[in-house]
Ligand binder design. Structure first.
Ligand code: EPU
Length: 432
């Protein structure tokens, strides 16, 4: 893979309208759920992203054909159920691919799926996924880095899925996708309430599953014998939407964001109000208009409907140009703070103790060579570059391509100056 970087010329105010793509984190498990369908599925709103390409490759390995039609819809169809092994090379690229475990087990009675391993956000265990599937009657062994799961017939059960940091989004999804074909009733207690879980439940219901309570902490599922293919449209990406709103606010801009579901972003709007970020929300659009610098805020990331961990880094970038001191605590991923050192290279003043950071806002950031460590850290550094004085060279933008569709294109359409260029600087091992 040829490496690329962004060259961001800072200091341009964003202005105009932009449309948000479908949700990455809804689309990925929904793609996994197509394994359960007897007939073809047609999905609208699946964003064009590297993570979606990886999920498609995994599905193809598992005998599912995945094609994008001229209208942009993704069409899937089961070609063969012979291979139920998701290899390390693909699963280690993207954790959401671990979500094929539940559907494979439920539909084919057997699955061998690589353990994903850690990532830039920390350990990221999968114990809750395995606990839930075992409760449904699966026999699960860990063999040479792979989860090998077998079940002649899954049976409904009462499953408590709370972990040390609360609920698990993909864990809830994985167990829900297995339970829809289990015999009898399953109740998932302490289920994740994220809109992406609701979207997955809606997709499964459109296939013929019987699910109640998605969006609450208790999901009740009555198993059915088979699921049909269906046509479905994925919800808008709330994280992309909020990132674009923050980008607009950060440049003192005036931007209208279209294809947004404002009710998915209540925690963010609450913080916008606190910080004095001006916005108007309508049914499917939000307009942001920012004059001056934002005020200080205190943010602790929490499971939905709390402030999302996926927006901690972009919001921190915004507060780097705020007035006063803002406090950030990431309770979901205590190690998700790699952007802090890079923001500091751009002149940000951030003090960190464990998983808490105090950001002392300043007038202006400075352009600098920086590096993206993960998707949202990358987005935060783009935002910082937009507001910085001078040029920012952001490396490892493949992280951004995983999760933001045409990010620089959308920002440039609003007046940003971001160029994608080959990155010829040698990849070096991390300094010790
Ligand atoms: N956890 C456990 N055991 C498990 C699973 C999770 O202890 O078996 C812990 C995690 O370590 C973490 C917390 O539970 O502390 C929440 O993790 P969760 O399982 O909810 O995360 P996930 O489902 O693996 C999804 C998103 C992430 C997002 C998190 C939290 C997808 C594809 N990924 O991950 O999105 O940060 O929920 O909202 O849906 C991103 O898009 O940049 C991203 C990382």
């Amino acid at each position: 893979m040829a490496l690329e970087k962004f060259i961001i010329e800072g200091g341009h105010r964003l202005k105009g309208e932009v449309t948000v793509a479908g949700s990455k984190n809804a689309a990925l498990p929904i793609l996994a759920a197509t394994i359960l369908a007897e007939g073809p599925c047609s999905l609208g709103g699946v964003p064009r992203l590297r993570d979606v390409d990886v999920q498609a490759r995994i599905l193809q390995t598992l005998g599912v054909s995945v094609e994008r039609d001229p209208l942009g819809r993704i069409n899937t169809r089961i070609r063969s159920e012979e291979h139920s092994m998701a290899p390390y090379e693909l699963v280690s690229m993207m954790r959401a691919s671990f979500c094929v475990l539940g559907p494979l087990l439920a539909k084919r009675g057997y699955a061998k799926v690589s353990l994903p391993g850690g990532c830039a956000l920390g350990d990221r265990p999968v114990d809750l996924h395995l606990k839930g599937l075992r409760a449904l009657g699966a026999e699960i062994e860990i063999e040479h880095g792979y989860v090998v799961a077998r079940a002649k017939k899954l049976r409904g059960a009462n499953i408590y899925l709370g972990g040390p940091s609360g609920s698990s989004v993909l864990g809830t999804g994985n167990v829900m996708m297995a339970a829809v074909l289990a015999e009898g009733q399953t109740v998932i207690e302490h289920a994740a309430c994220e809109p992406e879980v609701v979207d997955l439940a809606n997709f499964l219901s459109a296939m013929g599953a019987s699910i109640e309570g998605a969006g609450s902490h208790r999901i009740r599922i009555r198993g059915v014998r088979t699921l049909e293919g269906c046509s479905y449209d994925v919800i808008p990406d709330r994280i992309e939407a909020a990132t674009l709103l923050m980008a607009a606010a950060m440049t003192g801009g005036e931007v209208i964001i279209k294809n947004i579901e404002p009710t998915h972003l209540e925690a963010v709007f609450d913080k916008f109000k606190e910080a004095g970020v001006g916005f108007t929300r309508n049914c499917r659009t939000v307009a942001v208009s920012m004059a001056g610098r934002p005020g200080e805020v205190e943010i602790a990331t929490l499971p939905y409907p709390g402030f999302p961990t996926d927006l901690q880094a972009p919001m921190m970038a915004l507060m780097c140009v705020g007035q006063g001191a803002s406090v950030f605590t990431d309770g979901i991923y205590p190690d998700r703070l790699h952007h802090v050192a890079e923001l500091k290279r751009m002149g940000a003043r951030v003090l960190r103790v464990n998983n808490t950071c105090v950001v002392i806002g300043g007038e202006r950031l400075q352009g600098a060579p920086v590096m993206a460590s993960d998707l949202r850290a990358g987005a935060a550094l783009v935002l910082a570059g937009l507001a910085a004085h001078g040029e920012t060279h952001l490396r490892r933008i493949y992280h951004i391509d995983r999760g933001y569709e045409n990010f620089e294109g959308k920002l440039n359409s609003l007046g940003a100056r971001i160029t994608r260029a080959p990155d010829d600087s040698p990849e070096k091992p991390p300094a010790l």
